[in-house]
Design a protein around this ligand. Structure first.
Ligand SMILES: Nc1nc2c(c(=O)[nH]1)N[C@H]1C(S)=C(S)[C@@H](COP(=O)(O)O)O[C@H]1N2
Ligand SMILES: [Mo]
Length: 157
């Protein structure tokens, strides 16, 4: 492991059980470099999508689920902020420095079980312990490295 940790290259499968911060504010970096804050409340204003039968497959402590996660599709969210087609990826980074990169072609391809910025778990708001705002990639069933809890920064490039 290098000391310049790249959050998009998780070096450990050990999930962080503890919420890293109590500040729910998130930010988006737009393709032009502009930074825009957003909050869970802003997500609640956007079109709602739920995906049932999601599993969190932990290599360390087994599989949990099935869960229904609900929130905003990442594609709806990006399109709301960035009407142009001048973007290809969204880096999703958590407050504890865990991250995942999502490609636009994935967002456009996964229409039946779309990738979500989820804030609901089984029809209740997710607690901070549960992740508060969590990237959910329903198609990812190998390990949970894409299921980023405590989303704090989205970088649209
Ligand atoms: N922010 C953040 N998200 C994360 C992790 C983490 O350490 N930090 N660990 C991942 C891993 S390795 C697993 S197994 C799952 C665990 O999710 P759970 O706490 O819902 O079981 O979260 C994933 N998402
Ligand atoms: Mo994991």
């Amino acid at each position: 492991m290098s000391d310049t940790h790249d959050p998009l290259q998780p070096h450990s499968h050990e999930p962080n059980p503890a919420p890293p911060t109590t500040d729910p504010t998130m930010k988006v970096t737009m393709p032009n470099g502009r930074i825009q804050p957003f909050s869970p409340d802003d997500l609640h204003q956007l079109p709602y999508t739920a995906v049932a039968n999601c599993y969190i497959v932990s290599t360390g402590h087994g599989t949990s689920g099935p869960f229904t996660f609900g929130g905003v599709t990442l594609l709806d969210f990006v399109r709301q902020l960035e009407p142009s087609d001048d973007w290809q990826t969204v880096a999703v980074i958590s407050a504890d420095g865990f991250g995942n990169r999502v490609y636009r072609h994935e967002l456009e391809a996964e229409t039946r079980r779309p990738i979500l910025l989820a804030y609901n778990l089984d029809d209740s708001l997710m607690s901070r312990q549960q992740g508060l705002v969590r990237l959910i990639v329903p198609s990812e069933t190998e390990d949970a490295l894409r299921q980023v809890k405590w989303v704090e920064h989205l970088k649209i490039s």
